[in-house]
Ligand binder design. Structure first.
Ligand code: NAD
Ligand code: UD1
Length: 339
């Protein structure tokens, strides 16, 4: 059985990926400092899968501690989810973001070199396409200019991983560029649990639905889009997690660097998200239209052909599934993992 280290595996995407990997016959080891997650998520993974999961509380930047994980486990591959991801916070605290996100990557690569682990998948983002590239985004486009330090950390980490693979011909690197993951596992046991006021659309909608926030502000309705609100490529987190299983199969059997967009290829507007959430869950979401949010692009969506052609992966879930599963998680866990 192959063993996969999930760095940041207790988080939103990591926890769903853990479930899908275990269900596909992989063994997983989680390493997380719980800076944006909690050990309860690991318990929930165990409840869903019926398997016990080895988890280490470790800061990935702490090389001595991370080495223990590499010493105690025979790892076949690493998936690197461990990063800070709040765009606004990255503008206010750039040094924190560069330190955490770049250092975790370097420390993981050093341990991989020292312990002979040759396969890594990295959680990148559609944000690396920047402002210049036209939609839909394809993987061969140049990385663009980012509007914030979070985005730049992703650009830099992609470059670091590409350089590492150039120098070590046995290294296999897969860069997964996620679009907008939303939704939750259909069990309602794991989901997105943001700390404080959510920055992202769907967790905000869910917290309005559950009564934790009074109303949603839709940022701008004067964009050059069909209904004037921004359009994004929302992807169900379980589809995204299944993309990681395909990427693991790929990374274990190839060398070099490969980049894949993980998106549906179909954009939806903010208004369409609110309308679908209301319809599917039979409720009203109190909302108002406000100013544009600085840095937002009118449209962002993938060309998802490469993942289909090379990995044999495509999304299966609908926007209605995403809205239903988000609400199922939120209503079962009104305060997230804190019950
Ligand atoms: P998340 O915050 O839920 O998960 C990240 C996990 O990493 C958390 O459990 C956190 O505690 C952990 N972590 C952070 N720094 C660490 C460190 N130094 N040592 C150990 N653990 C650390 O976020 P997520 O939504 O699951 O995202 C996972 C990855 O995917 C991130 O790298 C994020 O930037 C990237 N990504 C996310 C999105 C999205 O919309 N959610 C989109 C594109 C890319
Ligand atoms: C944001 C980040 C992106 C990051 C991604 C995942 C910015 C500019 N981009 O993408 O770098 O990879 O999150 O973490 O922050 N919206 C509202 N009201 C809200 C919240 C959002 O109208 O309260 C709108 C936004 O204007 C946007 C859409 O909803 O049009 C989606 O927003 P969000 O979920 O934050 O994702 P992105 O902006 O696409």
């Amino acid at each position: 059985m192959k063993t996969i280290l999930l760095a940041g595996g207790a988080g939103y995407i990591g926890s769903h990926t853990a479930v899908e990997l275990i269900s596909s016959g992989y063994d997983v080891v989680i390493a997380d400092n719980y800076s944006n997650s909690c050990p309860e998520a690991v318990k929930r993974i165990e409840e869903i899968t019926g398997k016990s999961v080895k988890a280490y509380e470790v800061d990935i930047k702490d090389k001595a501690k991370l080495e223990t994980v590499f010493k105690e486990n025979k790892l076949d591959a690493v998936i690197h989810f461990a990063g800070l991801k709040a765009v606004g916070e990255s503008v206010a605290k750039p040094v924190l973001y560069y330190r955490n996100n770049i250092d975790t990557t370097l420390t993981l690569l050093e341990c991989m070199q020292e312990y002979g682990v040759k396969n890594i998948i990295f959680s990148s983002s559609a944000t690396v396409y920047g402002e210049e590239n036209p939609v839909p985004y394809t993987e061969q486009m140049q990385r663009g200019t980012c509007t914030n330090p979070y985005g730049w950390t992703k650009v830099m980490m992609e470059q670091i991983l590409e350089d590492a693979a150039k120098a070590d011909k046995e290294l296999s690197v897969v860069l997964l560029r996620y679009f907008n993951p939303i939704g939750a596992h259909e069990s309602g046991k794991i989901g997105e649990d943001p700390q404080g006021i959510p920055n992202n659309l769907m967790p905000y909608v869910a917290q309005v639905a559950v009564g934790r926030r009074e109303k949603l502000t839709i940022f701008g309705n004067d964009y050059d889009t069909p209904d004037g609100t921004c359009r994004r490529d929302y992807i169900h987190v379980v589809d995204l997690a299944k993309g990681h299983v395909k990427a693991i199969d790929y990374v274990l059997s190839h060398d070099g660097v490969e980049i894949f967009n993980l998106g549906t290829g179909t954009p939806y507007s903010v208004t369409e998200i609110v309308d679908t959430f209301e319809k599917v869950n039979d409720m009203k979401i109190n909302h108002v239209y406000g100013d544009r949010r600085p840095g937002d692009l009118p449209e962002s969506y993938a060309n998802a052909d490469k993942a289909l052609n090379v990995l044999g992966w495509k999304t299966e879930k609908t926007l209605a599934d995403m809205c239903r599963d988000t609400w199922n998680w939120q209503k079962n866990n009104p305060n997230g993992y804190n019950k």
